[in-house]
Unconditional design. Sequence first.
Length: 368
Amino acid sequence: MERLPALTFVVAMALLGAGCRRAPSPERAVGVPTGTVVLSTESQRYIHVETAAAPPASVQHTLFARVAFDERRVAALGSPVGGRVSRVHVVTGDKVRVGQPLLTISSTEVGAARAQVTEAREARMLAEQVAARAALLVQQGAGSVAEQERAETALAQARAEERRAGQSLGALGVSEAGGDYVLKSPIEGVVVERTVQAGNAVSSDAGAALITVADLSAVWVLADVFEQDVPSIATGNAAVVRVAALGGREFEGTVGYVGDIVDATTRAARARVELKNPDGVLRPGMYAEVEVKGPQRAVAYVPVSAVLARRDEFYVFVPQGTSSYAPRKVKVGRQVGDHIAVVTGLEAGERIVTRGAILLDAEANAAL
């Protein structure tokens, strides 16, 4: 509503109180909607009526966002073995390739795993000799078939144990050759965090990563979508990402994901825009704005001054004739400048009160 000088507002209220009258009950005034306010001719000058505008075909949503790691391109590495760090090969900021050593760890677990492989191999070789001897004795008629079957069963068990020991050693990422355990990078990227020093003791059950490597050639931009805007944002929508720290530089992408839940505190879902970052200027943690164009859900646009709130509901006043006005319940959407979208309850082209609605509302409430 346009601001009236304080004196004018007081005078308007006084005149309206004298010139407005609530319509009689339906029994005495058939066809007059409940809550209708009837004005005198003098009070009409405080009321301004306009036509509800048609909304645009689409609406631009501006979302607050931040740059984040692409979760598929991050490796948070711990140690699969317990031991002590004997050497750290990288520092934060180093670029690493696939298979490049990051840490060297002296570990008794690695030695024990290698010993199990050696023992299992020796047991298998012995079982092969026993089985071969039993088969030869049976062939020569000097041995029993039962002894041969027992030897073959023992050989099968020995081979299975050798395979298990080898798989256990392989799971640690080490070979049978002697030496300490070396933690290597599984991806190409940059060391973005290191929490370990030479001499630190490490264990395989520690929850924190020792070294984190990230590939920053692509990043995610995570935007907050407030719940009333969620229906308008969909996977595949074109998006423009603008980063203030880069002088407002813009990056074009598409919405790759819209969250399935709304955060109970922020009342927003999380949307994701995936961007290529070949020059590395987009850094995780940067703030950004995301503009997404979505379908229009509103049926009309009206001035903010036309909409009145009563508890958790919203109303506008609609002219009923030359001097009467009735409240109508509406559902509103997002505000754009000095206008607000109406989702239901009104159609574009209908006439509504845009100035003086608060005076009508006061009179209607006083008569309740």
